[in-house]
Design a protein around this ligand. Structure first.
Ligand code: CMP
Length: 139
């Protein structure tokens, strides 16, 4: 059993596809162990994306991530990190496979609807950034 952090970004919330995204997770056998809707401050967005702090898109990305509410979830299941990344599709939606969330709903490389942890270490950091142990359902 594995856990990962999923975010439905401000563009996904604004496009009214929260249910559509969650439907795809559930249809793939992924379970939701925690979920909430919040709006990040600039400082919180910068902390979450600190690994990208030297990238040219950092300021724009953190502005975008604070531009409206987001839905953060802890997803649980066998190989859920890889499973979620397959459902999301490539970061750049133009490279994403047909039928993926980003291919279907992304606007550009930044407004790409969803975020998902890319490895167990980042999942642990990212889950801990948004949720404490009491907020995550134990099986
Ligand atoms: P995400 O998977 O959340 O990880 C970093 C985010 O930065 C990415 O999705 C995009 O929203 C955003 N981004 C903007 N420009 C780029 C870029 N050139 N390369 C990668 N990510 C980018």
């Amino acid at each position: 059993m594995e856990r990962t952090l999923s975010i439905i970004k401000p563009d996904g919330v604004a496009k009214n596809v929260i249910g559509e995204v969650i439907k795809r997770f559930e249809a793939d056998g992924i379970q939701i162990a925690a979920m909430k809707m919040i709006q990040l401050t600039k400082t919180q967005a910068k902390g979450f994306y600190a690994v990208h702090k030297d990238r040219p898109f950092f300021d724009s990305l953190t502005d975008f991530m604070t531009s409206g509410p987001i839905v953060v979830m802890v997803l649980e299941g066998k190989n859920v990190i890889a499973k979620n990344r397959k459902l999301m599709g490539a970061t750049n939606f133009e490279d994403a496979e047909d039928g993926t969330i980003r291919k279907d709903y992304a606007t550009n490389i930044e407004k790409n609807v969803v975020h998902g942890s890319d490895a167990p270490e980042t999942a642990a950091f990212e889950i801990g950034y948004f949720f404490n142990a009491l907020e995550i359902q134990e099986k």
